[in-house]
Design a protein around this ligand. Structure first.
Ligand SMILES: [Zn+2]
Length: 254
């Protein structure tokens, strides 16, 4: 039971990578109205969720400068945050009505979408959704940071690991969980993590492994190199002065 909970918690940190499609077919935001503006964000919600928007705004604004400065970007427009009143309403909006309950947030173009922290569903909590919205904002900021190059060149483990790093989702539970898996079998390779579909990525504990890869790189080589890697993933060996293969072995030791 405990292990199962841990698995759920780890799955729950996650979500959909920045979707580049401009409009989601099933998106139904008729019931969402512009209900709050902060310096960098516009918040859309139902009347019932208006009371959580102050907390969401404070959370996002408190993280905004650190993340944009770190990536060296400026975003010249306000970002829309759409808060859906339930997991079900959110899944309909992203056109995935049968998605599992841990799917609770996404970055879609210049919009952030999420399930209301007031009605978090069976997997998430109020607190974890406050991290999810920062996680999704990191995806959006990275999208700006890579610019014309686009997200295709960015390894999946790097995008997801960095989003967890900046949103404070990496903790001792993640570390212990990854360690416990490693006692039984070898971890997926970085290439396997990169090539996995979203669903496969979740199933192979990709989010937890990605978190430890990014943490390893930051702790060992510093955040500046990691930011450079996000912008120039093709220059891996130049940035670190080591082959990816060597770094992968160091990560397993770490
Ligand atoms: Zn993500």
């Amino acid at each position: 039971m405990k292990i199962r909970l841990v698995v759920l918690n780890l799955l729950s940190i996650v979500i959909l990578v920045c979707l580049t499609i401009s409009k989601l077919v099933g998106q139904n935001i008729d019931s969402l109205n512009l209900a709050k503006e902060s310096q960098h964000f516009n918040f859309y919600s139902t009347n019932g969720d208006i009371k959580v928007l102050d907390s969401l705004a404070i959370t996002l604004e408190n993280n905004y400068a650190r993340i944009t400065n770190r990536l060296g970007i400026k975003i010249y427009k306000k970002i829309n945050v759409k808060v859906f009143p339930s997991v079900k309403a959110y899944h309909v909006a992203i056109n995935q009505p049968d998605a599992p309950d841990w799917v609770v947030g996404a970055c879609n173009g210049d919009d952030l979408m999420m399930v209301s922290p007031l009605n978090p569903g069976t997997v998430h909590t109020y607190e974890s959704l406050m991290q999810v919205i920062v996680h999704e904002f990191v995806h959006l900021a990275v999208y700006y940071a890579v610019g014309d190059k686009g997200m295709a060149a960015l390894p999946k483990w790097l995008g997801e690991g960095y989003a967890q790093y900046e949103s404070g989702q990496i903790n001792d539970r993640t570390r212990k969980y990854v360690k416990s898996i490693l006692l039984g079998k070898a971890p997926p390779t970085w290439t396997e993590l990169d090539k996995a579909s979203d669903l496969e990525f979740g199933k192979m504990n990709g989010y937890a492994f990605s978190a430890t890869i990014v943490e390893f790189l930051v702790v060992t080589y510093g955040i500046d190199k990691l930011v450079l890697l996000i912008k120039e993933p093709e220059n891996f060996e130049n940035i670190y002065g080591l082959s990816e293969n060597t770094l992968e072995k160091q990560w397993i030791q770490y």
